[in-house]
Design a protein around this ligand. Structure first.
Ligand SMILES: [Zn+2]
Length: 309
């Protein structure tokens, strides 16, 4: 195996909300095509995502909620589970594969088969709470991966870094009373889901950012508020909720980041991981809705994951 695993599944392209919805199947193929056309492709170990089991999901989600998602899965047409979030007949499988990819990534990294992993999957996960689907998300993929790591490996502490343009309310909800997790979320504020700016919690480090925030300012606040804190927390594994909708070209977000900024924060996290946890990072796709910008941002992120200490 190579240093970095690339985990995806073609069935993640079969899930679809209504026509014209920004969280669309082409997000997966745009990233996939961009990576395949780049020389780094041969440096990635390609892995097919397996579906998450109910036992794995239950560590992050309420059983009644999981059953309700299964029960709502339609045999035809669309079912709205939230104003922004719909299921077609393929959505349940895609959601299970997205969560299962994080589980697989943890297994590969913790068994030293690879050092880091990037999951190109949808639906995204970071808005999904313990018992609630919202914001294009059904299961919290990263949270399922974190719980899998705690349950199966000598992992005592993890850091979850979420640089999506939206607050990772679901991840915060699932880990708000779990001080084994340092959760760091940067997000435009005010913006959907309008949470996180007032959080007072000793193991949550949120960074609300004003609309129009530049890369320079982003580097400054991340350096001041996160980097030493993550280092001092000494995580055994670092997770990234890799949303690329803070890109200046994104149609949903209003921040002014670009590929170089996503590469910068990834390099910072790689440096910390190399210092404190043998380089181990599990990254999973969250948002990003301008297809060309999404693809080149994911490429910049994966290139940074490939970098050596
Ligand atoms: Zn987002």
């Amino acid at each position: 195996m190579n240093k970095v695993a690339y985990i995806t599944h073609t069935d993640c392209t079969k899930h679809q909300h209504s026509d014209g919805h920004p969280e669309q199947p082409a997000r997966i193929t745009a990233i996939d095509d961009c990576l395949k056309q780049d020389p780094i492709w041969s440096s990635l170990s390609q892995v097919e995502a397996p579906p998450a089991s109910n036992e794995q999901l239950q560590k992050a989600h309420d059983l009644t909620y999981i059953k309700s998602i299964y029960a709502q899965s339609p045999t035809e047409g669309l079912v709205q589970v939230d104003p922004d979030t719909a299921m077609n007949p393929h959505s349940l499988r895609a959601a299970l594969l997205a969560a299962g990819s994080a589980v697989k990534a943890v297994d590969l990294v913790m068994n030293n088969e690879v050092t880091r992993a990037f999951c190109n999957v949808r639906p995204p996960g970071h808005h999904a709470e313990h018992d609630k689907a919202m914001g294009f998300c059904f299961f919290n993929n990263v949270a399922v991966g974190v719980h899998h790591a705690f349950a199966n490996y000598p992992v005592k502490r993890v850091a979850v870094i979420d640089f999506d343009v939206h607050h990772g309310n679901g991840t915060e909800d699932i880990f708000k009373n779990d001080d084994r997790v340092l959760f760091c979320s940067s997000f435009e504020h005010p913006l959907y889901p309008f949470t996180g700016a007032d959080t007072q919690n000793p193991h949550i480090a949120n960074i609300p950012l004003a609309t129009g925030t530049s890369g320079e300012k982003f580097h400054q606040v991340v350096t001041q508020q996160w980097l030493d804190r993550i280092r001092e927390f000494k995580p055994d594994l670092i997770f990234i909720s890799a949303g690329f909708d803070a890109h200046k070209e994104d149609p949903i977000g209003g921040l002014n980041l670009d590929e170089a900024d996503f590469a910068w924060i990834t390099h910072q996290l790689v440096d910390i991981a190399d210092e404190v946890c043998s380089g181990r990072i599990v990254s999973s796709l969250e948002g990003g809705y301008n297809l060309p910008a999404l693809a080149t941002s994911a490429l910049a992120h994966v290139k940074a994951l490939l970098s050596a200490p």
